[in-house]
Unconditional design. Structure first.
Length: 543
């Protein structure tokens, strides 16, 4: 029946060069309220878990250490290593080094800081895991959970920190890392560095799947996740998924995402919640029938633009970066800087909102986009409770060989005043099957009760639009008599090769030092607009 040791915080078990196998309906090792040092062991063919480490103590000063090094664990019908802190008010210190775990029916690593309704906290866990190979797991590679814990009397209470370095997770049936922090006052921090997730959730029997699945809700505290130098390959449906209720901080650095089936990351913001800050820095997303990053906002979800910094994206069949929301959502979008996006089967970026009541944001700076369907930000309609806005800034960016309109900015208001701010500076659009730039605002409401309007500012400075099949630059605001103000300036801009150069409906503004040539029809076609032109040139006129 294996080995069982029950003690107290002053007792220690040392286990070296021990082989345990063929237990019958029992764990190989069960430890309760004791310090454990284990090394160079082989634990296999176990009818239960390999190691159960339990703390049952109502003293928050109590702490227990578990150290496991140079050990193999395999062929177990339950968990590999299980840490159980139900009604434990002390501290777990877990150190695991150079341990291989494989062919486990349930979870390889299982950690639970359990339930409590008392005045004290429900314990803390500090875990360090290094040089581990976890493969062929029947459920989850790592399960980390705390439920219904409360703030306590000790400054050490309610911490749940885990660091994983130099790890390999491969052939995991369900979830790679499962993080569940629900109705708890907890300070949880996860670090993953120099690791690999391969073939995750390919034949799942569970819905909360992917390489890392995250749920933090209620109870207070804060959480963060930092993932660096890590490969995510063949993760279904995505490498990272979050049920975001706010209070988190996510950062991916120098990570590679490939072979996912839906997205590299799915950022799901729940009803009435605020999106947590999320950064992808120097990451690559490639070779997948999927998106790179997909943000979705439930009813009344509030967003924070996702940061995409110095990333490379290629060979995806879906949209590279997508953000969408249901009713009464606001504040979301993308800030993209220093990135390269090319050979995408759909749009490079798509930010969409319907019945929104706040801002949609798209900032693209120092970025190259090639061979995509283009870039689009669209407000389908505002909500009746509040107006919405579009904030679009494109600097030092090239968009080439687009299979549709290179850059689309559009909005519709039915109920309330809305605002558009669009600025494109020092940028190039070269080759598009549609238009080069298309900016369109609509007022679909006609009721005397509501007061819809668009106040728009459009600035196009030092931009080159070259060889597009549609219109070079199209500005459509309807009649200039419609409610709202429309501010427009185009300076030092070249349009070379288009159906029409500038197509302008409803915008009054100035053009300085612009050059329009080789259009099939008019260089400038303006309806219900006043344009003042200074130092402009028009050559190779066909019509």
């Amino acid at each position: 029946a294996g080995i069982t040791v029950i003690g107290n915080e002053f007792m220690e078990a040392q286990i070296d060069f021990v082989e345990v196998h063929d237990t019958f309906m029992a764990d190989a090792f069960y430890f309760e309220n004791i310090h454990v040092d284990m090394s160079n062991c082989d634990i296999y063919d176990i009818d239960g878990s390999a190691i159960q480490f339990s703390g049952i103590d109502n003293t928050f000063e109590a702490y227990y250490n578990l150290s496991i090094i140079d050990t193999n664990i395999y062929n177990c019908s339950e968990d590999g290593i299980a840490v159980w802190g139900d009604d434990h008010y002390g501290i777990f210190m877990i150190d695991v080094y150079n341990v291989d775990i494989w062919n486990i029916s349930e979870d390889a690593l299982w950690m639970l800081i359990g339930e409590s309704g008392g005045n004290n906290a429900n314990g803390s866990l500090f875990g360090t895991f290094d040089q581990m190979n976890i493969r062929d797991i029947g459920d989850m590679a790592v399960y980390m959970s705390t439920l219904y814990t409360r703030a306590g009397d000790s400054n050490w209470s309610n911490w749940f920190n885990c660091t994983f370095t130099n790890m390999t997770f491969e052939n995991i049936k369900n979830t790679g890392m499962y993080v569940q922090l629900v109705y708890s006052t907890v300070y949880y921090h996860l670090v993953v560095d120099n690791s690999e997730f391969r073939n995750i959730s390919l034949e799942p029997t569970f819905q909360r799947i992917g390489a890392i699945w995250w749920w933090f809700q209620g109870g207070g505290g804060e959480t963060s996740m930092y993932v660096a130098n890590t490969l995510f390959k063949n993760c279904n449906p995505q490498a990272f998924e979050v049920w975001d209720y706010g209070g988190n901080d996510f950062h991916f650095y120098n990570c590679e995402f490939t072979g996912m089936t839906q997205a590299g990351a799915y950022l799901g913001v729940k009803s009435s919640a605020s999106q947590s800050p999320t950064v992808f820095e120097e990451c690559s997303f490639h070779d997948a029938d999927a998106k790179a990053v997909n943000s979705y906002f439930d009813y009344r979800g509030k967003g924070t633009p996702v940061m995409i910094l110095n990333c490379t994206v290629w060979n995806l069949t879906d949209i590279a970066f997508a953000a969408d929301g249901s009713s009464y959502t606001a504040g979301y979008g993308f800030n993209i800087s220093g990135s390269d996006i090319h050979d995408i089967g759909d749009l490079a970026v798509d930010v969409y909102g319907y019945y929104n009541e706040g801002s949609l944001t798209l900032h693209i700076v120092n970025t190259t986009i090639a061979r995509t369907t283009g870039v689009r930000i669209q407000l389908g309609q505002d909500s009746y409770q509040s107006g919405a806005s579009l904030n679009v800034i494109v600097h030092n960016t090239s968009i080439t060989e687009s299979r549709g309109t290179a850059l689309t900015v559009s909005g519709n208001t039915y109920y309330n005043p809305c605002r558009l701010y669009f600025q494109i500076l020092n940028s190039t659009i070269d080759g598009a099957l549609g238009d080069g730039i298309n900016v369109k605002t609509e007022i679909s409401g006609t009721s005397s009760y509501y007061k819809p309007r668009w106040d728009s500012s459009v600035f196009i400075i030092n931009v080159t639009v070259n060889e597009v099949n549609g219109i070079g630059i199209a500005l459509q605001a309807g009649s200039s008599t419609l409610p709202g103000t429309r501010e427009f300036a185009m300076n030092e801009t070249t349009i070379y090769g288009a159906q029409r150069g500038l197509f302008n409906v409803g915008y009054n503004g100035d053009l300085y030092y612009c050059d329009i040539q080789n259009t099939l029809k008019e260089d400038i076609f303006a309806i219900d607009a006043r344009l003042d032109l200074f130092y402009c040139s028009f050559t190779n006129i066909n019509e």
